[in-house]
Design a protein around this ligand. Structure first.
Ligand code: NAD
Ligand code: GLY
Length: 383
C-alpha cells in the first residue's frame, strides 16, 4: 500500500531552514504538533503559551540529566510553579517494572495530581517509560516528549507507543498513549555518541523502502552529511521521517493494519535484542540487521529483486550499522530466532507475521513458511 503524506506546516518565520518547523499529527482530540528546530530547549513558547499545570516532573536518565535537565527546567519554570527532576539509570536493560516504579514513587512523593505534566527528556527508553507511566498514573496524566536521540526524534517520540520490556519479549507491556507535544531540538544531537547516531539512522532508512523511495535516494546521497551531524541534513531527515510516521499513525493509530509497516526489520530485530539480552546490541543496530533479513525474505518471496536488497544493505552498512545478524544460539540459531519471533506482538495464534517489501516504497505484512525463514536466517547471520 502507498502512503500519502500530509504536508508539514511551517508555522513560524519561514526565513531559513533553522526556523522551527512543525509536523502535525492528526488524531482528532489527541492531535498534536511535533516541533523541529534549534535552541528549542530554551524556548518557553515552544512548550505552550500561558501557565501550565502547577507541577511538572521531568523524567530523564543519569547520562542526559547533566547535559540538558537544567536548561529544560529553567524553561519549564516559566510554565509550572514547581518542576521536579527524576534521573533513571541509563540503558535498555532498565526498561522494566522496577525502574518504571521509580516514576510512580517520585510522582507520589511530590503529591502529583491528575494535572501534573510529565516531560520525557531522553532517548527512546526514557520516552517509552515516561509515556507508559503517564498512561498509568491516576489512569492518565498529560505528557510531553522531548527526544534527545536521533532515533527518538525520528520515531519513538511520535505516535504514542509506550512500553517496558519483559525478559521474554521486547515492549510486551505497554499502552497506546499520545503525548501533548513533541519537541525535537536538533542541538542536543551534537552530544550523541556516533554509535547512537548510527542507531537512529536505521529508523530513518526504514521509511524509504516502506513508504518513500525518493527519501531513500535522499538518504543515500546525504549519508555522509548525516553521519557528520550536519544540521541541515538532520533537520530534513527528522522532518521527513516524522511526516511519514504521522501519516501512518494518523491512518492507523492502534495498529489494526497499516501501522505494522513501521515495524519493517523489527521482528528480526526484537529477536536479536531479546536473544542477546537487552542492551547488548542497540535497538537501531538490531533493526539494521533485521531490515537486511526482512529484505532477503521479501526477495525470497519474489517481491523485490537482489539488486534492491543489495542497495538497502549497502545503505545500512554506510550508516555504520551491522548488516549480519548475530548468532544467538550456537545449537539451533534459526530455531531460537523463530521461538523469540513467535512472542512478537504481530504474531497471531503463534504464527509470525513479517513486514516485507512488496516492491520498493511499499510494504505488506505476510505469514511465511518456517523453512523459508530458517534459510534466510542461516544466510544472514554471522557464523
Ligand atoms: P536510548 O534511549 O537508550 O538512548 C541511547 C543512549 O544515548 C543512552 O545511553 C542515552 O542516555 C544516550 N543519550 C540520549 N540522548 C543523548 C544526547 N543528546 N547526548 C548524549 N547521549 C544521549 O536509546 P534510543 O535509541 O533513543 O531508543 C531505543 C528505544 O526506543 C528502545 O527501547 C526501543 O524499543 C524504543 N523505540 C520505541 C518506539 C516507539 O514507537 N515507541 C520506536 C522505536 C524505538
Ligand atoms: N516504531 C513503530 C511504531 O511506532 O509503530
Amino acid at each position: 500500500m502507498r502512503i500519502a503524506c500530509p504536508k508539514s506546516v511551517p508555522i513560524r518565520k519561514q526565513k531559513d531552514f533553522m526556523q522551527t518547523q512543525y509536523v502535525h499529527i492528526a488524531l482528532d482530540e489527541r492531535s498534536y504538533a511535533i516541533a523541529i528546530g534549534v535552541g528549542l530547549l530554551g524556548e518557553a513558547a515552544t512548550f505552550g503559551e500561558g501557565a501550565g499545570s502547577a507541577q511538572a516532573l521531568v523524567v530523564t536518565n543519569e547520562t542526559v540529566a547533566p547535559l540538558y535537565a537544567d536548561a529544560l527546567v529553567r524553561t519549564l519554570a516559566q510554565r509550572h510553579a514547581r518542576v521536579h527532576v527524576l534521573a533513571l539509570p541509563d540503558g535498555e536493560a532498565h526498561k522494566r517494572w522496577e525502574i518504571l516504579n521509580l516514576i510512580f514513587d517520585a510522582l507520589l512523593a511530590h503529591g502529583a495530581d491528575r494535572k501534573t505534566t510529565l516531560y520525557a527528556l531522553g532517548g527512546g527508553v526514557v520516552g517509552d517509560m515516561t509515556g507508559f507511566a503517564a498512561a498509568c498514573y491516576m489512569r492518565g496524566v498529560p505528557f510531553v516528549q522531548v527526544p534527545t536521540t536521533l532515533l527518538a526524534q525520528v520515531d519513538s517520540s511520535v505516535g504514542g507507543k509506550t512500553a517496558i520490556n519483559h525478559p521474554q519479549g521486547k515492549n510486551m507491556i505497554g499502552a497506546f498513549y499520545q503525548p501533548l507535544l513533541v519537541v525535537c531540538d536538533l542541538d542536543v544531537l551534537k552530544t550523541l555518541p556516533a554509535r547512537e547516531l548510527s542507531a537512529g539512522l536505521a529508523e530513518v532508512i526504514k521509511y524509504g523502502p516502506i513508504a518513500d523511495m525518493a527519501f531513500f535516494d535522499w538518504v543515500e546521497t546525504n549519508m555522509a552529511a548525516l553521519r557528520a551531524c550536519d544540521a541541515v541534513a538532520l533537520a530534513h531527515a527528522v522532518k521527513r521521517s516524522c511526516e511519514i510516521k504521522a501519516a501512518v499513525v494518523g491512518a492507523d493509530e492502534r495498529e489494526t493494519g497499516l501501522r505494522a509497516v513501521l515495524n519493517f526489520g523489527h521482528t528480526f530485530g526484537h529477536a536479536i535484542e531479546a536473544g542477546l539480552g537487552y542492551g547488548q546490541w542497540l535497538h537501531g543496530e538490531a533493526v539494521g540487521a533485521g531490515m537486511v533479513m526482512a529484505a532477503e525474505l521479501s526477495c525470497a518471496l519474489g517481491l523485490v529483486d537482489a539488486a534492491f536488497v543489495q542497495r538497502l544493505t549497502d545503505l545500512i552498512a554506510a550508516a555504520g550499522l551491522p548488516v549480519r545478524g548475530p548468532v544467538i544460539d550456537a545449537a539451533d540459531n534459526a530455531g531460537r530466532y523463530l521461538a523469540l519471533m513467535r512472542v512478537d506482538k504481530k504474531a497471531e495464534a503463534g504464527e509470525i507475521r513479517f513486514v516485507v517489501i512488496d516492491g520498493p516504497g511499499r510494504a505488506a505484512v505476510r505469514s511465511v513458511p518456517d523453512e523459508l525463514v530458517r534459510s534466510v536466517i542461516d544466510r544472514c547471520c554471522a557464523s
